[in-house]
Design a protein around this ligand. Structure first.
Ligand code: SAM
Length: 278
């Protein structure tokens, strides 16, 4: 049942996700993620980047424009998501080498120890796995000494806020989220982990990482109901404004980038990116 839900969710997701940034909120969120990734990926020539749960290759495509003589390796469990990435790779308009591996990010036997300069994981593959610590340990194994890892999760405090504010969830459900740090957003989405900055940083510490810190992704804006429309047809009020008013977009982005780095505000994020160095 769990595998069926995983496959069916990511099949639909694979058909729509590459168009999501026509919605202002997701465009903003992508800009935040891009800014943080480029701050981390300082060396851009002759590097190997492993993208854990890289899906349709969205970030390989974006990062390709900033890299030279480099290799991006996408690891993903969903054949549908990787199918879209393979089709993009076929078009051949990448400057760098792209490889695709169909594997679980908790156990990537195809990759040797210490081969990656950077490991990234965007839009929360970690939330879908059985045991997040296994994934963080695996990232530690695969990254080089002094290499950097940036992994995102759906965020615990935002999840509680959203379940209360947007869904008026029943008390039993709220208490279960508090106890398990897991929830189900709706009937179509598999159960996902909702982790705090402290949860993430503790796991990075246990894996052996040093210089650990986190970023909140979308701390002062929130997605609206329409932003979750998988087909990207509905557009919410905030997305409309972000789409049509560039000055508003730029100002909100600048605010997000400042607040998202404030270690007192990271737990406000819809997602949390935790960064560590080996
Ligand atoms: C929301 S998508 C994000 C995709 C991509 N990182 C992006 O930013 O567009 C989550 C991805 O994680 C992948 N995923 C979830 N659990 C996984 C696992 N255990 N091993 C590998 N990939 C996994 C899914 O197949 C999906 O492609």
């Amino acid at each position: 049942m769990k595998k069926e839900k995983f496959d069916s969710f990511f099949k639909i997701h694979s058909e729509n996700v590459d168009n999501a940034n026509g919605q202002g909120f997701w465009k903003l969120s992508d800009e935040i993620v891009k800014n943080y990734l480029l701050e981390i990926i300082k060396n851009r020539n002759n590097v190997t980047i492993v993208d854990f749960g890289g899906g349709t290759g969205r970030w390989a495509k974006i990062l390709d424009g900033y890299l030279t003589n480099s290799h991006i390796i996408i690891i993903d469990l969903s054949k549908d998501m990787l199918g879209v990435a393979a089709a993009k790779k076929e078009t051949g308009d990448y400057k760098n080498q792209i490889s695709l591996i169909n594997a679980d990010i908790a156990n990537v036997q195809e990759l040797d120890d210490g081969i990656a300069d950077y490991i990234i994981s965007t839009y929360n593959p970690l939330s879908f796995v059985d045991n997040p610590q296994d994934v963080i340990n695996e990232a530690y194994r695969i990254v080089k000494q002094n290499g950097k890892v940036a992994i995102t999760t759906q965020a615990y405090y935002n999840a509680l806020y959203s379940k209360i504010f947007n869904y008026q969830a029943e008390p039993q459900e709220l208490l279960r989220i508090q106890k398990d740090k897991k929830l189900v957003w709706n009937d179509f989405v598999p159960e996902t982990w909702q982790l705090s900055q402290e949860d993430m940083e503790n796991m990075f510490g246990l894996a052996g990482f040093k210089n650990i810190e986190s970023r909140g992704i979308a701390c002062v804006t929130q997605p609206q109901d329409e932003d979750w429309d998988q087909t990207n047809v509905k557009i919410g009020k905030l997305s409309k404004k972000l789409n049509s008013d560039q000055e508003f977009f730029d100002t909100v982005l600048q605010l997000e980038l400042a607040v998202g780095k404030d270690q007192q505000a990271v737990n406000r994020g819809m997602n949390i990116m935790t960064i560590g160095e080996k």
